[in-house]
Design a protein. Structure first.
Length: 89
């Protein structure tokens, strides 16, 4: 499994939940296995998407980030990704 992380800055943090909910079907359509979003500050959030493999993630993640930015006034402030080594969920 492969995991991607995106740190976001929102003009309206309330839009984070709506945008995430609207994006989940799009994520599933391109192979995402799970999605989590955490508010990390007054107007910031971090999202985590799990993928079956790096190739699937890399083919989809930039397009998903762009789609989210079209839905609301947000910007990407940092990204990371890597092979999932442990998952106790």
């Amino acid at each position: 499994m492969f995991t991607t992380f995106t740190d976001w800055e929102f003009n309206d943090i309330g839009a984070m939940e709506e945008t995430g909910s609207n994006m989940w079907p799009k994520m599933q359509a391109v192979g995402a296995l799970s999605f989590k979003a955490v508010q990390t500050g007054e107007n910031t959030a971090r999202t985590m998407i799990q993928w079956p493999d790096a190739a699937t993630a890399q083919a989809a993640v930039d397009g998903l980030r762009a789609a989210a930015m079209e839905m609301t006034d947000t910007k990407v402030v940092a990204t990371a990704g890597g092979e999932t080594k442990l998952d106790f969920s």
